[in-house]
Design a binder for this molecule. Sequence first.
Ligand code: MG
Length: 203
Amino acid sequence: MKIFGIGRNYAEHIKELGNERPEEPVIFLKPDTALLRNGTPFYYPSFSQDVHHEVEIVIRICREGKNIEEKFAHKYYDQLGIGIDFTARDLQTKAKQKGLPWTIAKGFNGSAPISDMLPVSDFENLHNIQFSLEVNGEKRQSGNTSHMIYSFDYIIAYLSKFFTLKKGDLIYTGTPEGVGPVKVGDRLSASIENKTLLDFEVK
Ligand code: MG
């Protein structure tokens, strides 16, 4: 099972980190050991002093495919949920400066908390899904899939040019603005359409 992350998919988030708007989606991978399910606590890693939350809509692939045309991409995912793409920003910044990969900064243990998944059919319009993150009861991030630069379908078509997608693969589809550091003792709650689906503590 593969976990893809999409970087720089919301314009306001690109601005806040001073990044360039990409000509194609920015892709990275996390290993399956990054997943944290069922509200399992996130243990703050010793190798970073600046772990940031990035709340993201996650879609789940439901059938195998490669070279998928964008017009057929909707047939390849049937569930979505919400997750956090934890990022060791200090390690990522160093890697970016040197033009090195982000693998450690994005893929370390526990860097991918995820909610239970909901059927895509629960949503009237996938291009208008509101989602948000609260830290200790205070709203930190709020986004809407209408603001994505690359849609779910475009992302699937693009990824499938390089990687055979398989049932169960997950795609973290990018974060809106408002990313910031977490600290030990924080409680993170992530919601879709104001319904809390993911809730866990930083230890
Ligand atoms: Mg992200």
